[in-house]
Design a protein around this ligand. Structure first.
Ligand code: DX5
Ligand code: ZN
Length: 220
């Protein structure tokens, strides 16, 4: 599967979001990661469907939305209306995760399932048929700019094997602490989609940062 870079909007300058989007599009980026935080499931608040809806007409980017929201079921429709292409929910945040994943599909969006660093991979066993993407958190969710947790590499390998055994084309996404100097080992462990926030968005350097990542991805 082609490697995909997903800059995380969380690290962008919120006072000029459309300009930030244009910069990454000009660099050749096609996907955007949108971190939605509710202040309950994670100790931070970011933005919600209202902001996403306003951005939708300004860009062609694929909207990959990562909900760090407790009991997300009641919000799913608003993210569909906001124009999200894919919605990822946390295994740990939904009481009936199987139902939540089915509800995302019923709304016509792709469904992703996120696992926190401390969550075992066995939890995936009976959910493989319900997901289009598995998101491996390589930091504890809530903030950009944290360090990659090294034990995640084994977890990525484990999930890569599970996906390959399933015979399904499930995307393996990794999120948190990804930099130019560790991205290759993460790709080699089996990641398909790689989220990078603070390593992409930086005043005056965003386009160069994105291009440098894309150049590395071109080797795989
Ligand atoms: C953390 C978010 C990540 C984060 C990534 O809760 O899910 O997407 O913004 O930021 P960096 O790349 O700075 O770790
Ligand atoms: Zn994220």
């Amino acid at each position: 599967m082609k490697k995909v870079l997903l800059p995380s909007l969380l690290s962008a300058d919120f006072s000029q979001l459309d300009k930030e989007l244009k910069t990454i599009e000009d660099a050749g980026v096609g996907h955007l990661h949108l971190d939605v935080m509710d202040g309950h499931y994670v100790p931070n608040i970011s933005f919600g469907p209202g902001v996403i809806q306003k951005l939708r007409p300004k860009t062609q980017l694929f909207f990959d939305t990562h909900l760090m929201v407790e009991e997300p079921d009641g919000f799913l429709e608003s993210f569909r209306e906001a124009g999200c292409n894919l919605v990822t929910v946390h295994l740990e945040a939904s009481t009936h995760i199987h139902r939540t994943l089915q509800a995302i599909h019923a709304l016509g969006m792709k469904a992703g399932l996120a696992l926190n660093p401390g969550t075992p991979t066995q939890a995936l066993a009976y959910l493989m048929d319900e997901v289009d993407l598995i998101l491996v958190m390589s930091v504890n969710p809530g903030f950009g700019g944290q360090s990659f947790i090294p034990s995640t590499l084994n977890k990525i390998r484990d999930i890569r094997e599970r996906i390959d055994r399933s015979g399904r084309e499930i995307i393996l996404e990794v999120d948190g602490g990804i930099k130019k100097n560790n991205v290759e080992e993460i790709i080699k462990a089996g990641a398909d989609w790689l989220v990078a926030g603070s390593a992409v968005f930086s005043p005056g350097k965003t386009k160069t940062n994105a291009r440098e990542f894309l150049e590395i991805f071109g080797r795989y």
